[in-house]
Ligand binder design. Structure first.
Ligand code: HEC
Ligand code: HEC
Length: 367
């Protein structure tokens, strides 16, 4: 008597009887299906890796333009310099390289004497910067890191020497502690992370390196702009002294409210609203719109100093890059947001009224 199968596994399934059109057996079809699925998987894997492979190949190029190589001059506008040289038959590339390292290179005597940068922090600063920041801000600080193309807003290009969130008057470079604060707190509502877990000394090192990139980068940018204007190799010494003076002022006194915050009352909020809405008051409404949603009549077609489109903030979300404490908002309204259309009100509106605007902006947050 044939042995009874005691489990389904031992049971002989009636496979042989399962036939597909063309007379192929079930097993053959199954093998074909596995092969097909393996091919699909392999294809999927390649597709998934493509962005990484592209990112790798862009790692040494700048911004959106893969033709711009950093290798020649370590500056983002190597191509503009090459165009200038081709146009004028001058050698700006060599002049720029020499002037840049003479006035603002890591071993520059001028830089050492100027006191602009704490030179002993540069090496550890560069090391940490390369590790934590270059993926977004790029090794040379031009904001074209490998992750940058996917980010909105874009990571800052430090090489123009312009920073948005500073406690200095309109047009002035940031204080060390402004940069330290940005690195420590990050910028809410953007991809700029906070680095509060990084040891404090390291953050100070990074601040010096960012200053270095900004000082040196803005000098190189000025040289290039002046060369195009004058159609000649510009006098490096004059430009170097302008840059040095500008950044020495970065240690000037920060903007402080001339009075401390008054208690928030329905009256201060109402006064803030009046100023916000009135064309003869602060006229915030023209950009931020009557409800503060960033949809005012002037809110179209703005570009920031880095050439990217920018919109007035939707104030009802209650997320502010420079922080949402009253003092942070006061500062943003007093000093403006540099490099963007958001104006500075410090010289046109009294401290008492700026506080009222702060209270009104805080009251806009929708729950
Ligand atoms: C994931 C991407 C990313 C990384 C990593 C990153 N940043 Fe940023 N960072 C940004 C973006 C985006 C902005 C611009 C935000 C804006 O425009 O409001 C920014 C802005 C800044 C600013 C300008 C602030 C101002 O007032 O204008 C500084 C300074 C800065 N980052 C420093 C750093 C440093 C230092 C590191 C490394 C320790 C770092 N960032 C790492 C994305 C990044
Ligand atoms: C000319 C247009 C314009 C006017 C007028 C204007 N803003 Fe802005 N504002 C902007 C833009 C653009 C931004 C976005 C800046 C950015 O994205 O970095 C902004 C951002 C802000 C922020 C966010 C700051 C942060 O930390 O994120 C606040 C708060 C603000 N504005 C308040 C005001 C108030 C209050 C007034 C009137 C006193 C005003 N704005 C007038 C254009 C304007």
């Amino acid at each position: 008597m044939p042995k009874q199968p005691n489990s389904l596994l031992e049971a002989k399934l009636p496979r042989a009887r399962l036939r597909f059109p063309g007379g192929r057996r079930f097993q053959d079809v199954r093998a074909g299906a596995s092969l097909l699925s393996a091919v699909f998987w392999a294809f999927g894997l390649v597709v998934m890796c493509l962005p990484f492979m592209r990112a790798r190949s862009r790692a040494d190029t700048v911004g959106d333009d893969p033709k711009r190589k950093l290798s020649e001059l370590d500056i983002p506008f190597a191509e503009d310099v090459a165009n200038f040289d081709a146009d004028t038959k001058l050698n700006l590339a060599a002049a720029l390289k020499e002037a840049s390292s003479k006035w603002f290179g890591e071993d520059s005597e001028h830089l050492a004497q100027s006191g602009l940068i704490q030179l002993e922090r540069l090496a550890p600063g560069k090391f940490a910067y390369t590790r934590y920041c270059a993926g977004c801000h790029a090794g040379n600080g031009d904001g074209g890191g490998s992750a940058a193309t996917h980010l909105e807003p874009r990571p800052r290009n430090f090489r123009k020497g312009v920073f948005k969130f500073t406690s200095t008057a309109s047009g002035k470079p940031p204080l060390r502690r402004d940069l330290f604060q940005v690195i420590t707190r990050g910028l809410s509502g953007s991809s700029m992370p906070n680095f509060r877990l990084l040891n404090e000394e390291r953050r100070h090192d990074i601040v010096e390196y960012v200053r270095y990139l900004a000082v040196r980068g803005s000098f190189e940018q000025m040289m290039l702009d002046a060369a195009w204007d004058e159609q000649a190799i510009p006098k490096a010494e004059e430009l170097a002294s302008i840059v040095t003076k500008r950044w020495s002022e970065a240690n000037a006194a920060p903007v402080f409210p001339s009075m401390s915050e008054p208690p928030k009352t329905p009256e201060t909020i109402a006064r803030g609203k009046e100023l916000f809405l009135s064309a003869t008051g602060a006229n915030c409404v023209s950009c931020h719109g009557p409800g503060g949603r960033g949809d005012g009549p002037s809110a179209t077609e703005f570009k920031d100093d880095w050439g990217y489109p920018i919109r007035p903030r939707d104030l009802t979300v209650g997320v502010f890059r420079a922080g949402s404490e009253s003092a942070d908002l006061y500062r943003s309204i007093d000093t403006g947001v540099k490099g963007t259309p958001m104006p500075s009100y410090g010289s046109s509106i009294e401290a008492k009224d700026i506080w009222c605007l702060v209270h009104f902006v805080q009251s806009l947050k929708s729950n």
